[in-house]
Design a binder for this molecule. Structure first.
Ligand code: PLP
Length: 457
């Protein structure tokens, strides 16, 4: 007998309160926040689906490991425990600890970027793109066409377009391409996985042209689970084995340990190239810290080492992927258009489809995100024209999609929290025709979604 309810494979060990608010209070709070969800106090949010980054619950073993942390400036045993845990999955020669993913990006692109250079990726995450462009280099997205169609059911919508990649290499010239990257899973493209076959092919193309191949591996375990579930011939493999094969195909990686490694903070950069490692370590010392702790405390390194052993549990990954699909499938069943198939860490509502009367330059994703907060106290995140619309030359264009991401923190919310989210989304969708767009009243120079002030139209 198998039961249809998939239970959370953990029990609650320590709790944090949720402060209840009314729609009237939230109306005032979001106005005070300039209609920017990033400007809200988290105490004023009921269900916080802004991000799955650093918001997960640590296990008792991770908290115990925190007590084991050794805070020596140099050569801490906590560093060795961390490095061994990373290399157990990703056996790159050099591991460089950073305080989070973007610090790894900043260091890597400072070392290899610069004007005239161009880096390809299936889809650059926002901080990745920003760190590349900050050096004067260019960031090009080459995801397969299905990856930009919210309703397409391709099982690996994060795949790189291989023909486009070869064309890119031939037109831009090998000498101008310091690295090719692939983001697993493809966060900005809907949390969609990349197939092992595609990663093998990208690796082969990079080898053919002598180009370094880097992973942005934030959700490597979720991606490996999708490979196990969906890819022909992979169903009997342990995810650890799949992860090691992925690592063996690449020359290095950037990593945010606030995602799959189950940390509240942390990241790393890894590579096989000795000379690049020397350059990166020198930059690390300048901005992060000594190479045996980077931007982290010894206790953080220990918590991450334990997280890396927990994230590859098949029971956990089955629960994780199926509970995300539970939310997505319920919305789809209610007629709300969501990116299909449902990704690993988040459900992406197609705001452009739900609010066809709001043009992209009036930010339908922002309008929907604000409505979910006002009606139900849910905090999601616009992934669309607000996030990507401002071009480096100062012009503004609609992004490929206007989505609202409901990201699910790891091991944090129960099924009844998610059932509430479903009810709120259905209520907002019922009144979608009444929602109006926004304009940006105050805009910062870069990464405008974090700090812009909006005004309703
Ligand atoms: C979160 C994330 C990053 C950046 O990591 P931070 O820890 O937030 O700095 C980079 N790439 C992807 C795909 C991410 O999801």
């Amino acid at each position: 007998m198998t039961f249809k309810t998939i239970i959370e494979p953990f029990k609650i060990h320590s709790v944090a309160p949720i402060r209840m608010t009314t729609p009237q209070e939230r109306e005032r709070l979001i106005e005070q926040a300039g209609y920017n969800l990033f400007s809200l106090r988290s105490d004023d949010v009921l269900i916080d689906l802004l991000t799955d980054s650093g918001t997960g619950a640590m296990s008792r073993n991770q908290w115990a490991a925190i007590q084991h942390g050794d805070e020596s400036y140099a050569g801490s045993p906590s560093w060795e425990i961390f490095r061994n845990a990373v290399q157990n999955l990703f056996p790159f020669k050099h591991v460089i600890p950073t305080h989070q993913g973007r610090a790894a990006e900043k260091i890597l692109f400072t070392a290899i970027g610069g004007s005239g250079k161009v880096i390809a990726n299936n889809t650059h995450f926002d901080t990745t793109r920003a760190n590349i462009e900050y050096t004067g280099a260019e960031a090009v997205d080459l995801v397969i066409p299905e990856g930009l169609e919210p309703a397409s059911r391709h099982p690996f919508k994060g795949n790189m377009d291989l023909i486009a990649l070869e064309k890119f290499i031939n037109t831009r010239g090998v000498e101008n391409i310091p690295a090719v990257m692939i983001t697993i899973t493809n966060n900005s493209g809907g949390g969609q996985p990349v197939s092992l076959e595609n990663i093998r092919a990208v690796s082969a193309i990079c080898k053919k042209y002598g180009l370094p191949f880097f992973l942005d591996a934030c959700r490597f375990a979720e991606n490996a689970w999708f490979i196990r579930e969906r890819e022909v011939g992979q169903g009997d493999r342990d995810v650890v084995d799949i992860i090691r094969e992925i690592a063996s195909l690449a020359d290095g990686m950037t990593m945010s340990a606030k995602k799959d490694p189950l940390g509240n903070i942390g990241g790393w950069l890894a590579m096989n190239d000795d000379e690049l490692a020397v350059n990166c370590r020198n930059l690390l010392i300048l901005t992060e810290g000594f190479p045996t702790y980077g931007g982290l405390a010894g206790r953080d390194l220990e918590a991450l080492a334990v997280g890396l052993t927990e994230i590859v549990s098949h029971d956990y990954l089955k629960y994780r992927i199926e509970s995300t699909a539970y939310l997505g499938n319920a919305l789809a069943k209610a007629g709300i258009s969501v990116v299909q198939p449902i990704g690993g860490h988040a459900v992406y509502i197609d705001a452009r489809a739900l609010l066809p009367h709001i043009p992209p330059l009036q930010y339908p994703g922002q309008a929907l995100a604000v409505a979910l907060y006002k009606v139900g106290g849910i905090r999601g995140c616009e992934i669309g024209t607000v996030m990507f619309g401002r071009k480096p030359d100062g012009s503004e264009e609609p992004s490929a999609m206007d989505l609202v991401r409901l990201a699910i923190p790891r091991r944090t919310y129960t099924q009844s929290h998610i059932d509430y989210v479903i009810e709120v989304c259905i209520e907002v969708a019922k009144n979608a025709a009444q929602l109006r767009g926004y304009r940006i009243a105050v805009e910062p120079a870069a990464l405008r979604h974090f700090t812009s002030v909006f005004a309703p139209l």
